[in-house]
Design a protein around this ligand. Structure first.
Ligand SMILES: [Zn+2]
Length: 197
């Protein structure tokens, strides 16, 4: 039925889900951030939107049972299960070439924005834009003084989330290649995923 697929280190993949199908995303080694997006399969201009989602769930990060909504405030995914402590980020933009230039890179550095484009291209699709991702396992603590931290994930090897499609959608994932800021514990790895009927 389903088969575990590799999300290679530093790369992106996308899969098409029919409404009612689910995807299980596995943090195989436990310290890998997976940037995750979802687009309406019939209108790529409608996509999972973090700012709309936070208003819908009254939280900064989703918990099992929450419906994740689009920029048109319609559910596109629901979070069905989360075996990890539930520390995910919804505030930080996908890393891109400009981020790495700002960090001092003189040459090309793989990045989540390009990984989104590459993953979608694998399905013959072009994303309408690079929406703010659901950064699974990214540990960005928000402190009482309003400042944020850039910490290592608190997940364990094999932790997973299950996202159910509430509409026909394209789910894209990037194994974040960030190796300068320590959000991947300094060592980006692969992850895995499988589509559940
Ligand atoms: Zn990234």
């Amino acid at each position: 039925m389903s088969e575990l697929q590799q999300l290679p280190a530093r790369q992106g993949r996308a899969v098409a889900l029919k409404a009612g199908q689910s995807i299980r995303i596995v943090n195989t080694h436990g310290h890998q951030v997976v940037d995750t997006w979802a687009f309406n399969a019939h209108d790529l201009g409608e996509f999972l939107s973090m700012e709309h989602m936070r208003a819908a769930i009254d939280r900064i990060s989703p918990k099992p049972g929450d419906k994740l909504v689009t920029n048109k405030r319609r559910p596109i995914l629901s979070l069905e299960a989360d075996s990890s402590p539930g520390v995910h980020d919804t505030f930080i933009a996908a890393c891109d070439i400009y981020r790495y230039q700002g960090l001092g890179c003189k040459e090309y550095h793989e990045n989540c924005a390009d990984n989104l484009r590459a993953g979608m291209a694998g399905l013959g699709l072009t994303p309408s834009e690079v929406p703010s991702p659901l950064n699974l396992w990214m540990n960005i603590p928000i402190k009482t003084d309003g400042s944020i931290g850039w910490e290592e994930p608190v997940s364990k090897p094999g932790d997973y989330v299950v996202l159910k499609a509430e509409m026909d959608c394209i789910v894209a994932m990037s194994a974040c290649p960030q190796d300068i800021v320590k959000i991947n514990a300094g060592a980006p790895t692969d992850a895995h995923y499988e589509v559940l009927a």
